[in-house]
Design a protein around this ligand. Structure first.
Ligand code: COA
Length: 254
């Protein structure tokens, strides 16, 4: 296990903690690989009956590490892709606890959690348009499935911030907790789930997910094709350069 992805077992619950708080838990290449391995191993291990995904410190996750984004080799699969697949295909209950920043992949992973609890400090954003990119992780489908087409379109096109109350009212979250109570609440619910037989939980998950999996597959393939066109495009380079230089992007001359 990678020290930037912590794993702890609690009575049938595997708690996975993104642990890079100094970068608001941005996920780098090593963490994507660790995530893929952790979800694949958890699926194969019957002593794990539920996974709880959370972030160390005050924030859940600021998404793909933008400083490693340019390491992507054209034609080669980014380790994000196989990690995303391992989460999509995970066959047992997935609970998430998110507080503070949840941006990009740090937001779209939540749409695959069976239950999402959020802290009052939640600030969620789908920044793809502002980065000259397209949605990922099947989110172009999953967000519509979770909250409806118009509200999903609004969040993707405007890249606006979503706070905890809005996340609850639109259906991204199941409940809002005080930040100090979030982890214990989510762990308590995960433990409640993990008291039941693993095969029953698997069958329930299969029944819940079966409707979505073909659509997620189509969404991921469409998103990947769009990403191939947009990653490394002038607007994407301007957006990432602006982020590194801590300034606003200027798309006016492109
Ligand atoms: N990739 C790499 N580094 C990141 C990061 C990311 N996705 N998100 C945050 N960081 C780093 C910052 O560069 C900063 O590093 P530094 O202290 O060495 O300068 C540190 O984490 C703290 O972030 P900072 O930007 O100072 O915090 P903030 O509270 O002002 O803003 C965010 C937080 C999340 C709004 C802002 O960091 C951001 O927009 N990050 C990019 C998120 C993103 O677009 N992710 C999706 C990629 S598809």
């Amino acid at each position: 296990m990678n020290e930037q992805l912590l794993a702890q077992h609690h009575d049938g619950v595997l708690v996975l903690t993104l642990n890079r708080p100094e970068k608001k838990n941005a996920i780098n290449t090593g963490m994507w690989i660790a995530l893929r391995e952790a979800f694949s191993a958890a699926a194969a291990d019957d002593s794990v009956r539920c996974v709880l995904l959370c972030g160390a410190g005050e924030h859940f996750c600021s998404g793909v590490d933008l400083s490693s984004f340019t390491e992507v080799i054209p034609g080669q699969e980014h380790p994000f892709e196989s990690a995303a697949r391992a989460v999509v295909e995970f066959d047992k209950p997935l609970v998430a606890a998110a507080q503070g920043v949840a941006v990009g992949g740090g937001a779209t992973v939540l749409f695959h959690a069976d239950i999402v609890y959020v802290g009052e400090s939640l600030r969620l954003r789908l920044p793809f348009a502002s980065l000259g990119l397209v949605p990922e992780w099947g989110s172009s489908y999953m967000l519509q499935a979770n909250i409806g087409a118009q509200r999903a379109a609004e969040l993707f096109y405007t890249a606006e911030w979503v706070d905890a109350d809005k996340a609850l009212s639109c259906g991204i979250a199941a409940a809002v907790l005080a930040d100090a109570d979030l982890y214990e609440h989510a762990l308590g619910k995960a433990r409640e789930i993990a008291q039941w037989p693993v095969n029953a939980l698997r069958e329930i998950k299969r029944s819940l997910r079966i409707h979505h999996l073909p659509a997620i597959d189509t969404a991921i393939r469409t998103e990947q094709a769009g990403m191939m066109r947009q990653a490394g495009s002038p607007e994407n380079i301007e957006a990432i350069t602006a982020f590194m230089e801590k300034r606003a992007p200027d798309f006016s001359k492109l």
